[in-house]
Design a protein around this ligand. Structure first.
Ligand SMILES: Nc1ncnc2c1ncn2[C@@H]1O[C@H](COP(=O)(O)OP(=O)(O)OP(=O)(O)O)[C@@H](O)[C@H]1O
Length: 240
């Protein structure tokens, strides 16, 4: 692969006394959706949090466009153009949808064309624009969380389980939004447990086990090989 936008090389991350990431290697190509898959608790979230600097890699490199960002503070990493959508959403419950979106647009006022696009993929945001985010349903909060990351064009999006716990209709809305983001040429690293969403969106796939990458290849190869899925992930994944 030529010139990935992000490369992890031998990344080791400890949380307290635990060796959670034990030498993670990962390439994220430009303008594509890269899936990060694996059983529960293998280190997917820790990988995203290490990239964005919430956890520190104590060994290895996190190369963003060739620059090692492993020792930068999180705000500096975000300013390089990396958007992060955490699994726990990270929205401000006491602020309105509008205020949440305004705060997310860090480089200036909200771009109206981009906001119109977000209203078209997430109509609930327009409907509840003046409401406190804390009063939204779980699915609407998740939409707000993703929309906050999308309000400005980022060079790379890190998205952690965007469909987790959502009803099927909202999963479709979420998948459509991610597909549209992909069609705009975005580079996305996506953790997703819903295998049908992973299969529909992913270009390449990387499977983790026990703090390491155990398989990397084309998503369509993984999607069509049931034995491989079973071996790598013990697939009890939905819609499979
Ligand atoms: N703050 C923490 N303190 C101690 N251990 C942690 C902490 N955060 C994560 N871990 C441990 O690190 C390991 C990897 O967790 P991580 O959340 O990265 O896995 P994951 O693959 O994203 O799992 P899931 O699919 O369940 O979200 C797990 O064993 C978890 O218990």
């Amino acid at each position: 692969m030529s010139d990935p936008i992000l490369s992890l090389k031998g990344v080791r991350t400890n949380i307290a006394q635990y060796h959670i990431l034990q030498g993670v290697d990962l390439d994220v190509p430009r303008g594509a959706v890269t899936m990060l898959l694996g059983r529960n608790g293998v280190g997917k979230t820790t990988t995203l949090r290490t990239i964005i600097g919430h956890w520190r890699a104590h060994e290895g490199q996190v190369l963003f466009d060739g620059q090692d960002i492993a020792r930068l503070p999180t705000p500096a990493i975000a300013r390089l153009g990396i958007g992060f959508v955490p699994e726990d959403m990270g929205i401000f419950s006491d602020l309105s949808v509008e205020e949440n979106m305004t705060l997310a647009a860090v480089s200036g006022p909200i771009d109206s064309t981009r906001l119109e696009w977000l209203f078209s993929v997430f109509p609930a945001l327009g409907t509840f624009w003046k409401k406190d985010a804390g009063t939204l349903s779980g699915g609407q909060k998740q939409m707000l969380s993703i929309a906050r990351a999308m309000i400005e064009e980022r060079r790379l999006y890190l998205i952690d389980e965007p469909t987790k716990g959502l009803a099927p209709a909202i999963i479709s809305t979420m998948a459509r939004a991610l597909r549209e983001l992909k069609e705009q040429g975005a580079s996305i690293l996506l953790v997703e447990q819903n295998f049908s969403v992973a299969r529909a969106l992913g270009d390449s796939a990387n499977v983790m086990d026990d703090g390491r990458m155990v398989w990397s290849g084309e998503m369509k190869q993984l999607a069509t090989d049931a034995e491989l899925q079973e071996r790598l992930m013990g697939l009890s994944m939905e819609n499979h």
